[in-house]
Design a binder for this molecule. Sequence first.
Ligand code: NOJ
Length: 527
Amino acid sequence: MAERVWWRDGVLYQVYPRSFADSDGDGVGDLRGVIDRLDHLAWLGIDGLWLNPTFPSPNADWGFDVADYRGVHPDLGTPDDLDELVAKAGERGIRVLLDLVPNHTSDEHPWFVDARGSRDAAHRDWYVWSDPAPDGSPPNNWQSIFAGPAWELDERTGQYYLHLFHRKQPDLDWWNDAVRDEFDAILGYWYERGIAGFRIDVAHGIVKDRELRDNPAAREDDVVQYRRIGQRPEFSMLRPDVHDVLRRWRRLTDDHGGERVLIGETWVHDLETLATFYGGGVDELHLAFNFVFISAGFDAPTLAPIVARTEELLPQHAWPVWTMGNHDVTRFPTRWAEGDGRKVRLALMLLLTLRGTPVLYYGDEVGMPQADVPDDRIVDPVAVLGQPGRRGRDGARTPMPWSAEPGAGFTEPGVEPWLPFGDLTANVADQRADPGSVLTLVRDLIALRRARADLRTGAYAQLDAPAGAWAYRRGEATIVALNLSDGPLSIADARGRVAVGTDRARDGAGVDGRIELGAWEGVVLTA
Ligand code: NOJ
């Protein structure tokens, strides 16, 4: 464990490029904006950036409908801008990951335009086509995750095509070797261009049941995602055959050398299945996002067992990854902390002290809350197509609050951004100047991680603690004690010095045997 590996020992940061920083005053964030803000990320101590989709796209699903896997969306800049971003990030010790979307393309991708031209088009079998049922209805019962049936009838050729998301996102057929070969080439193309790895969209679901069997009905105790569509996606996703593809990508990635990383969007609801995406520990994904953790409530009796079980289940050599949110879920300061600053700080202390790679979503470092996007500004297809009342994901994707000035430091004053600003009270400029801020806390916790092998790679061992508290030892000599309750608590067997406390007035204090923690307070103790 001595040797440092950047993606294992470091901290990753997710940038939603349209909302990070707008360099040209058109209200849309872009790659030059990210370049302009690299110093913030370096100052924070970030080791890797994951950029949400940067490819040309008609934006039916905001970049997740890709029209060219080797290009850059003109709204975001040019391929040269991306090269420059990779180079300038590299100068600061920061690697860049792209968001690979292999489950589907845009319906405007030249492959699909060709495929729907005729039944014998060259790319026809790159997609999943099927004849209508005898009564003309869709071939099976699969439901789209966005809304309605997952099948769209192509009138001209008389067959249905599959789309697990938007009808403008036709699913690729991963049983087709030509598709597999083409994606190998796409990965290789970006590796040659200096990209350090990929976050893989829908990593658990790209291979479909070959016989297109019906999904079983959802059960009452199923997760809300399955109950909403009325079925468990047992045949439309979650096929064991996906592991062949992941192994293939891992080989290809390792063969390119240079410590590259594959992080899967492994949106599964049990930890046993999650662990399978690491394969034998060294032959599938390097990191598999833990949605069981993200989806849980912010309380010790729920979260501590999830962490313990994850530790237990991951194969040898596999490495956990923790995140509290992303562009698809409500921001954690609203969902977990309910706007309570103490909870925001405690959650960040948890994220940055667990054993595993932490991933911050842009804005997390200042405690950016979910924005309330008015109805007439909603652009997320989930809300537009979904059942009435489904709010969609726009509130987690609003512009980064760099300052409280007009334009928020995101764009020029007076320019209306593509999504409205949320509350700008928590912003980078104000918090940078404040030694007691959330931002300073995050920076100090990251610096502590960097300085202490215990926090980077030391073993995780849960310690006895009273109800409502969560305490663990990391490595030899680091103890984390968190109070996830509304009242004061006392934790025994705590010794050392407070290296960082959520209440900064505690920093430096010696602890000899017992520590009293206020409601929603946490400390990291070092020997
Ligand atoms: C998961 C992505 O994170 C989400 O934003 C997108 O809508 C779907 N995959 C479809 O690509």
